[in-house]
Design a binder for this molecule. Sequence first.
Ligand code: PMP
Length: 317
Amino acid sequence: MMTMFMAPMIQTAKVSGATTVLDAIGNTPLLDLSEFAHQRGVSEDVTLYAKAEWCNPGGSVKARAALAIVEEAERTGKLSADKILIDSSSGNTAIAYALIGALKGYRVHLVMPANVSAERKALVKVYGATLIESDPLEGSDGAIRKVRALVAADPDRYFYADQYNNPANWKAHYRTTGPEIWAQTDGQLTHFVAGLGTTGTFMGIGRYLKEQNPDVELVGVQPEDELSVIEGLKHLETAIVPGIYDERLVDRHLPIGPESAWETTRALARQAGLFVGFSSGAAVAAAIQIAKQLDEGIVVTLLPDDGSKYVSLGIFD
Ligand code: PMP
C-alpha cells in the first residue's frame, strides 16, 4: 500500500494584538494641544485638539485617500495588474501610492515637481515606485499638466488615479477621519480647521461633521498668496481648482503666511514635543487664531504629516 506524504499544515499565527499594514491606516490619536494654545493667549475655556495623521503607514494623512482610490479602482475594474497606477502629487500621496502599490503588487509612476524635498523623492523610491519630475517653476500644477500629457499619449497603459478629481479621495475622510473626530470629541467640537490641498481632507471631514451638527464651523487654511509656499497646500484663487472642491462647504477662509507656519512648526517641536510638517504648523497657527476669538469652544485641527521630510529645507536649523 502506498503511503501518501502529507505536508504538515502550516498555519500563520493569529494573535489578537496584530494587524496588517493596510489595516493600520486610520484610527489615529487626537492629541490635546490646549496647553500650547493657552500659552498663546487662548481662553482657558477653549480647548484645542489635533489629529495626528503622521501615525498612518507612509507617514501622512494621504494613506487614507490613496487606499480608498486604489480599492475603488479595483472594485470598478479600472485598476488591474496590467496597468500602471499614475498620478501627480506634491509628495505625500505619492509616498502612499508607492507603499500601497508595493503591498498590492502594482507598478506605480509618480509625477512630482523637481524641487520637492530630497526626502520626498527618496521615500517614493524606497517603496519601489518610479519618479517622474516636472518643471519646478510650474509647481504642483505643472505636475498635473505633465501627468495628463503622459496619460493622453498612452491611455491604455495607465490607471490615472487623479486625486484632485476622484471622489474616492474625499469619501475616504467622510467614511473614516470625520467619524473618528466626531467620536473622539464626543460630538462636542465647535470648530474644525484644516489646510486645503486637493481639498479631500476638508471636503470629506467637513461634509460628515456638518451632517452631524450644522453649527460646526469649518475653517479652510490656504497660503496667503500665490508666491507663498506651504508644501501640500494650494492657493486656490490662482491654482488649478480641484474638481472635488466645493467652496460652499468652507464657512471661513484663513490665509496663513509661510513665516507664521514655520514659526508655529518650530514652536510645536520645542514646546509641544511634536515634530510636524509646515502644513501642520499652518493649521495650528490658524486654529489658534480662531481659538483666540472664542470665549469657549472646542477647536479641532489636523496635522497631515511629520517633519522628517522637511529637514533638508533647513528651516529647523
Ligand atoms: N498637508 C500636506 C503635507 C499634504 O501633503 C497635503 C496633501 N496635498 C495636505 C496638507 C492637504 O490635504 P488634502 O490634499 O486632503 O487637501
